[in-house]
Design a binder for this molecule. Structure first.
Ligand code: HEC
Length: 207
């Protein structure tokens, strides 16, 4: 049982989810859990075992159990902010209808997908997105009427949403939200479509 909990904690961390259990702060237990994961998980197709490796931010979030000291948080944020590639053409908004499809698609990046499989964003797993969804997760805040409530597609809002989707850790260190652009899960065009989904006054989100 303990091993299962540990393995789950290690997997959650590897996937970029902040630590959930006290066990993950014990170096000996963490080493054991990591060894178990490496033994049990094999690379298959595009799903490589390397995904289990935590980068600098995830390691720090594990070490500090998701609550980074202010100076560390500041450094992490600055480093993550520097990774964001904002659109070269200066345009942040695409097509909200495409954005809706991306938000409601949870597919991609599994062993049975091909390298050219178009990934979804799976936003519905954690957020309420529109007023018409049958079900949605609540790990993240509701995004329903996001644009309406935040003042619409201003330059600052568009840049914020684009950046947030590209690399959530640049805004909230140890966030549970995946880093979609940083990890190459979503393309620039897809992120633009999602910016439109949240901020375009015509979008289903803002009705
Ligand atoms: C695994 C869960 C998870 C997924 C999947 C996820 N998010 Fe999030 N998201 C969160 C959490 C948790 C927060 C709050 C903490 C933070 O701001 O990072 C958040 C915050 C946000 C915010 C900032 C909200 C604000 O009030 O400023 C936006 C915008 C957002 N998410 C959009 C999206 C979109 C669009 C997608 C799909 C591409 C998505 N998220 C997928 C968990 C998730």
């Amino acid at each position: 049982m303990r091993t299962t909990v540990l393995a789950f904690a290690a997997l959650a961390m590897a996937l970029g989810i902040a630590p959930v259990s006290a066990a993950d702060t014990d170096p000996a237990l963490l080493t054991k859990a990591t060894a178990l994961m490496e033994k049990d998980f094999q690379s298959r197709g595009i799903a490589k075992v390397e995904r289990l490796k935590q980068d600098d931010v995830m390691s720090l979030c594990t070490q500090y159990r998701g609550a980074l000291p202010a100076d560390v948080a500041k450094r992490v944020q600055a480093e993550q902010m520097a990774t964001i590639k904002f659109p070269a053409d200066g345009k942040y908004m695409g097509d909200w209808k495409n954005g809706d499809k991306i938000a409601q698609s949870g597919r991609g990046a599994t062993w049975s997908d091909k390298p050219d499989t178009v990934n979804g964003g799976g936003c519905y797993n954690c957020h309420r997105v529109s007023g018409t969804e049958l079900s949605y997760g609540t790990i993240g805040p509701s995004l329903y009427q996001f644009g309406k409530l935040r003042g619409g597609p201003t330059e600052a809002n568009m840049k914020y949403v684009y950046g947030k989707l590209y690399n959530s850790q640049a805004y909230v260190p140890c966030s549970n939200m995946p880093r979609f652009g940083y990890h190459g899960v979503l393309t620039e065009a897809q992120i633009k479509d999602l910016v439109a989904l949240l901020l375009d006054p015509e979008s289903i989100v803002n009705q």
